[in-house]
Ligand binder design. Structure first.
Ligand code: F3S
Length: 401
């Protein structure tokens, strides 16, 4: 890979040890993918995990004097204020969150703590070169916005934010963005939750860029978020197309670049059910809580729940995870008041895969998101998966039908 003068100076340490370390990693990635050169980015998103390895890496860069040239938004950890105020988190985990916060603050990141920045505060334009990590973020910006990002890891996205460059390979190149598999969706796509279950069909869809046909003309941002998040729970997809809907797939010809699909797949209602049940606990049963917002819920989704529970009492606690922006809007619109009165909490900055949820260990909850059910399994937190309205009903009765 050929570097320009500035990139060489970074690699040789003229911009400090932290930047040199970041460039060294990116140079190795570029070499391993046979990238001919590096190109500048204008946006980044770092899927920080608030775990020891991630913190070690961020603190190492910080100690080497690194500063982000392109300030990245960052993924959720947990809301320090909410969980420490209620004594819900052990001191060592509170300390971990504070150190993560300070490390990323020192590096100059935007402390957004949100995994759906592509709909609120970090929205790229068509064709913009970016470095995004996070399972729902990378497919969303590639597929829905037509921006260009490889499937960065949290660490490589942070390196890109520091150097301001990425190696040019993969989805940054037009020829690699064409569809491979034609996916005929014959299932009834009744609501946004069904896009979660469509995304869980990765095993049946197989490897490559899927082109979905047969989907409705209007697909909500939440549904598109769900689709990308679950495609990366059931497989590893950086991009998809929706025929006649996403910008690089207005026609079959454009979606496949004039080639024939490698093969075709049909997705039925049974496939959606199988996708959902792959990580769901068996229903019907009593539940002890409900959790939504993996990926983070937007204001429309919060408003939908508030409408259904207004004036009622939930049988079990409900946790709705959102960005701080959505939380602020929900507060202003008194949606938070309605939800709190019913027994639901709107919590910003927080992910289900965090140690703040240890108090739910051994319990059974309900969620509409397979990803929400998948990660907390390792903390012995169990979920039955149903669509959103069925989950809300279950939270009102304390039982999944
Ligand atoms: Fe977001 Fe955490 Fe789920 S990062 S998608 S809330 S696992």
């Amino acid at each position: 890979m050929v570097l320009n003068e500035e990139q060489k100076a970074m690699l040789e340490g003229e911009y400090g040890a932290g930047t040199a370390y970041a460039m060294k990693i990116q140079f190795a990635i570029g070499e391993s993918f046979d990238a001919p050169r590096m190109v500048p980015i204008t946006r980044a998103h770092v899927a920080l995990s608030n775990q020891e390895a991630d913190l070690w890496f961020a603190e190492k860069l910080l100690a080497g004097g690194a500063k982000c040239r392109v300030a990245p938004t960052v993924n959720p950890g947990f809301c320090y204020e909410y969980f420490t105020k209620r004594n819900m988190v052990a001191p060592e985990y509170a300390d971990l969150m504070m150190r993560t916060h300070n490390a990323y603050k020192g590096l100059g990141a935007v402390l957004s703590y949100n995994c759906t920045p592509y709909t609120e505060m970090n929205i790229p334009k068509f064709g913009e070169i970016c470095a995004y990590s996070e399972s729902s973020a990378t497919p969303y910006i590639n597929s829905v916005w037509g921006a260009r990002s490889n499937r960065e890891g949290a660490n490589s996205a942070l390196c890109a934010a520091i150097t301001g460059y990425v190696p040019e390979y993969g989805l940054l190149l037009s020829e690699n963005r064409k569809g491979d598999i034609l996916v005929h969706v014959e299932a009834d796509m009744k609501d946004d939750s069904d896009y979660h279950y469509l995304g869980m069909c990765g095993k049946k869809i197989g490897e490559g860029i899927p082109v979905f046909s047969g989907l409705p003309k209007n697909i909500s941002p939440a549904a598109l978020t769900n689709l990308g998040a679950q495609l990366n729970t059931s497989g590893a997809y950086t991009m998809y197309h929706i025929l006649g809907f996403t910008p690089e797939a207005q026609t079959l010809e454009a979606a496949f670049g004039g080639r024939k699909p490698k093969y075709e797949v049909v997705i039925t209602n049974q496939d959606l059910k199988d996708g959902r049940d792959m990580v769901s606990e068996e229903g019907s049963r009593r539940i002890e809580f409900a959790m939504f917002g993996c990926p983070h819920f937007n204001l429309d989704q919060v408003r939908h729940i508030a409408k259904l529970v207004e004036g009622k009492k939930l049988a079990v606690p409900m946790y709705i995870l959102v960005s701080s922006f959505t939380k602020e809007m929900a507060d202003r619109m008194d949606l938070t008041g309605i939800l709190n009165a019913a027994g639901a909490e709107v919590i910003p900055d927080t992910c289900p895969d965090q140690p703040c949820w240890h108090f739910l260990s051994g319990k059974y909850g309900v969620t509409e998101s397979p990803k929400c059910a998948y990660y907390p399994k390792r903390r012995e937190i169990h979920f039955v998966i149903r669509n959103l309205d069925e989950c809300i009903e279950a939270a009102m009765s304390g039982e999944v039908k």
